[in-house]
Design a protein around this ligand. Structure first.
Ligand code: NAD
Length: 287
């Protein structure tokens, strides 16, 4: 059996259609459009691709997008002051800080300096805490994207066995909470699982498998449980081509649903960012 492709683009198009209407109606009520301010520190070809895609998606939805490019040698203090200014600026609905950050800038400190209600990436400790408590308004975008893809299959989540490979703060950890909140039995694997040689054993049990590591084809096709849903978050460049963390062709023969790379999680992540901005605007305008 060849798995059905979970194409993020198609699901994203449906969500964007709803968001476009929502932005229009919020604008009628408030007289203003949501605005996302994107902070880039130094120039970087990888983040340039994301910024271009964010700008295009925002504009297509009626969300204003402003890019602030800062000098590479900016201090944490100056950055915090700038973010605090944006926190108090009523025309700003959401703030995103592009990665990578220079060594002198601390990611956690930076996320904490953003007002929780303007935290477009859902990475402020208060918003992460709300993910844990199950009442998040702004959750991390990639974790939300993975969740959307899983839910798009129409599967009953209650009691299912999920395995997440990767325990980063942007994907694995928050996603494990989103799944737990739906009563999914959730195992989180990471580097130590791999080093101990236990990764295959866990993956083989997964009815829902999410892999977010950043190592090309780390997960072998014959580890996939028959009928599993496979969400491949990884993006790796191999010989000029983008591939995921799962051996796609072999996994496709065993899974029931699988995301392609590219075209799976990526297009939904930027859509979730925009959904957070609209939600942030709604909260600030009390609409
Ligand atoms: P990260 O480097 O922060 O975390 C990697 C995780 O993988 C860690 O938990 C680590 O312990 C684990 N790991 C490393 N080697 C392992 C091994 N051999 N066995 C098991 N676990 C292992 O990465 P991240 O920021 O979460 O990103 C992961 C991947 O997802 C990257 O390829 C990144 O480009 C991609 N990504 C894609 C999107 C998207 O929208 N499609 C968004 C974010 C990240």
């Amino acid at each position: 059996m060849s798995a059905q492709l979970l194409e993020g683009k198609i699901i994203a198009a449906q969500i964007k259609q709803d968001l476009r209407q929502e932005v229009r109606s919020l604008k009628q009520k408030s007289g203003r459009s949501p605005r996302l301010v994107s902070i880039q520190i130094g120039e970087n070809p990888a983040s340039a691709v994301y910024i271009k895609s964010q700008k295009k998606t925002a504009q297509g939805l009626g969300i204003e997008y402003t890019l602030e490019t800062l000098e590479l040698d900016i201090s944490q203090k100056t950055l915090t002051r700038l973010i605090e200014g944006l926190n108090h600026d009523e025309t700003v609905s959401g703030i995103i800080v592009q990665l990578p950050l220079p060594k002198a800038i601390d990611h956690r400190l930076t996320m904490s300096s953003i007002a929780p209600e303007k935290d477009a990436e859902g990475m402020h400790p208060e918003n992460l805490g709300r993910v844990l408590l199950g009442n998040a308004k702004l959750a991390p975008c990639t974790a939300q994207a993975a969740m959307q893809l899983i839910e798009s299959t129409g599967i009953t989540l209650y009691g299912k066995e999920a395995v997440i490979v990767g325990h980063s703060e942007i994907v694995g950890k928050p996603l494990s909470m989103l799944l737990l909140n739906k009563f999914v039995t959730t195992t989180v694997c990471h580097i130590a699982t791999g080093e101990r040689g236990n990764l295959a054993e866990h993956v083989k049990r997964a009815e829902i498998l999410v892999v977010a590591v950043g190592k090309a084809e780390l997960v072998k096709g014959d580890w996939i449980k028959e009928g599993a849903i496979v969400i491949d978050v990884g993006i790796n460049r191999v010989e000029g081509k983008l591939v995921g963390d799962v051996e796609f062709e072999a996994a496709r023969e065993r899974a029931s649903f699988i995301t392609p790379v590219p075209g799976g999680v990526g297009p939904l992540t930027v859509t979730m960012l925009m959904r957070n901005v609209v939600e942030a605007f709604r909260m600030q305008e009390k609409l």
